[in-house]
Write a protein that binds this ligand. Structure first.
Ligand SMILES: Cc1cc2nc3c(=O)[nH]c(=O)nc-3n(C[C@H](O)[C@H](O)[C@H](O)COP(=O)(O)OP(=O)(O)OC[C@H]3O[C@@H](n4cnc5c(N)ncnc54)[C@H](O)[C@@H]3O)c2cc1C
Length: 462
């Protein structure tokens, strides 16, 4: 499918008429939307359209479709695989102005938000309702972007990812049609599962304008802890046993010794600079106590000690803020660097093997590399920190990432647990599931025959 794209001048008058000053061709505005948090180079769109409603998104897409102009959705730009670059030019639709919480239904434990609402905005809106939304990527991403990338985070081990927590979506299709993929019903066997078709589609099949989310009741008791281990191997073996024992742990996060050193420096903490698990338990007071005791016992079998507990919400928030600041903390280890971030996920029984081999690779590397991860799900990341003035570091980092992905695939894992494909992992997706990619291309061709929606991402179409 090779599309001859139109010239953006053909749509500017109609878009200006529709949006007035909310259409911008200013270079600073375009540059900003031409990159995400990855090291991929900036490729600015030709224009940025700031939409305020589903109807406006639909009108913008219709105008662009008529003239064969690519359209790239933009939430908060925190993706890390080169997701938002305008590789074929075109119009970026910035959804940050679609920041209305449409409704909260406490009796059904769900809510509907516009796509530009961020997770922290939702969190503060839900304060005092007794409800919360559990999916928490480290960044303050938009709910539309989180659905589009099938995001998850520290709570996924207990509450699931966006896939388990989205009930329905409102989506603008490539021709401008508006569809709703589901309802607020908790379950449905009505036809094909359109909701999950769009989750993880990274703006290549449609533009999400509203998201209906499943909410969860706040727990009676919450307790967090950090615990150090003699080695990463010990920490991982303890995690595997915790998951296999069916302890309903809410968070279980690995940070290696170098990562702890970076966190101590950045967040002014004084943890021992050894591998750590950050843990959290949710439930009734009795069940939290029971879970904590069981986990402490397991930890002691693997040399885990120095449990430091946080039960008051300010202490817990400080602990998890340090975890969520891991990325900027890691960057300080190599000032001026653009980190290469990896993201694999393997079945829990293969995690120790995957991590052991990866650590051998890290030990041979010539640059700092930190390891951290949502290990209860079998998901972990490296932040590889090439020296800004040594181009050979990038080559070495990419080779290490390739080996890591191939290792995960050989263990029946996936090339991306939560960050998605963007432009960075197209080849790996093909390696992981060649037959599946053929079907994905057929779907893309049916839903977006002119390859207008975020071209150059997820799949090779031309
Ligand atoms: C410090 C840091 C920590 C992170 N931690 C995690 C983590 O723990 N877990 C995790 O899953 N991710 C994590 N991420 C990655 C990132 O936050 C997620 O991928 C997030 O879901 C992206 O949301 P966004 O609003 O920033 O989307 P953007 O970056 O703006 O866009 C991402 C992709 O989604 C598409 N898109 C955006 N909005 C829409 C829409 N409304 N409709 C259709 N397509 C759309 C874009 O076209 C693009 O392809 C982290 C990133 C950083 C920088």
């Amino acid at each position: 499918m090779t599309t001859l794209y139109g010239a953006v001048d053909s749509v500017l008058p109609a878009l200006t008429e529709l949006l007035g000053e909310r259409l911008s061709t200013a270079s600073a505005v375009r540059e900003h939307r031409g990159h995400d948090e990855s090291g991929f180079k900036t490729v600015p769109p030709d224009a940025v359209a700031f939409a305020h409603s589903t109807e406006e998104v639909s009108a913008i897409v219709k105008i662009c479709a008529r003239h064969k102009i690519p359209v790239i959705a933009y939430g908060t730009g925190t993706a890390i695989e080169g997701h938002v670059q305008a590789l074929r030019g075109g119009v970026c639709i910035d959804l940050s102005g679609m920041d209305r919480i449409v409704e909260v239904n406490p009796e059904d434990m769900d809510c509907t938000v516009q796509a530009g609402v961020t997770r922290m905005q939702l969190e503060s809106h839900l304060r005092d309702t007794g409800l919360f939304f559990p999916v928490d990527p480290g960044a303050d991403a938009s709910l539309g972007g989180m659905a589009a990338t099938s995001a998850s985070g520290t709570n996924a081990v207990r509450y699931g990812t966006m896939k388990e927590n989205v009930l329905s979506l409102k989506v603008v299709m490539a021709d401008g049609r508006i569809i709703r993929t589901g309802t607020r019903a908790k379950k449905s066997s009505a036809g094909y599962d359109l909701t999950h078709l769009f989750i993880g589609s990274e703006g290549t099949l449609g533009i999400i304008t509203e998201v209906t989310l499943r909410l969860h009741g706040l727990q009676e008791a919450i307790s967090s802890a950090v615990c150090s281990f003699p080695s990463v191997d010990d920490a991982i073996n303890m995690v595997i046993l915790t998951i296999q024992s069916g302890i309903p742990i809410a968070r279980i996060e690995l940070l290696d010794g170098l990562m702890m050193h970076a966190i101590n420096r950045y967040s002014k903490m004084d943890y021992p600079e050894q591998p750590h698990l950050f843990l959290e338990f949710h439930g009734s007071a009795a069940s939290v106590k029971e879970q904590a005791e069981a986990v402490q016992e397991l930890a002691s079998e693997f040399g885990g000690g120095n449990f430091s507990w946080a039960t008051r919400s300010e202490e817990r928030n400080r602990l998890w803020k340090a975890r969520h600041d891991a990325y900027p903390a890691a960057l300080q280890l190599q000032p001026g660097t653009r980190a290469i971030t990896t993201d694999v996920c393997v079945p829990i029984s293969r995690l120790a093997e995957c991590i052991r081999e990866t650590r051998e690779d890290i030990d041979r590397a010539s640059m700092p590399i930190v390891m951290l991860g949502h290990v209860g799900d079998g998901n972990f990341h490296l932040a590889i920190l090439p020296h800004p003035d040594r181009p050979q570091d990038i080559e070495e980092a990419e080779a290490l990432n390739h080996r890591l992905v191939r290792r995960a695939l050989a263990l029946d894992g996936t090339c991306s647990g939560e960050h998605g494909i963007g432009q960075g992992k197209i080849g790996f997706l093909e390696e992981q599931n060649p037959e599946g990619v053929v079907l994905m291309r057929q779907l893309k061709q049916t839903l977006d025959p002119d390859n207008l929606l975020n071209p150059g991402k997820v799949l090779r179409m031309d």
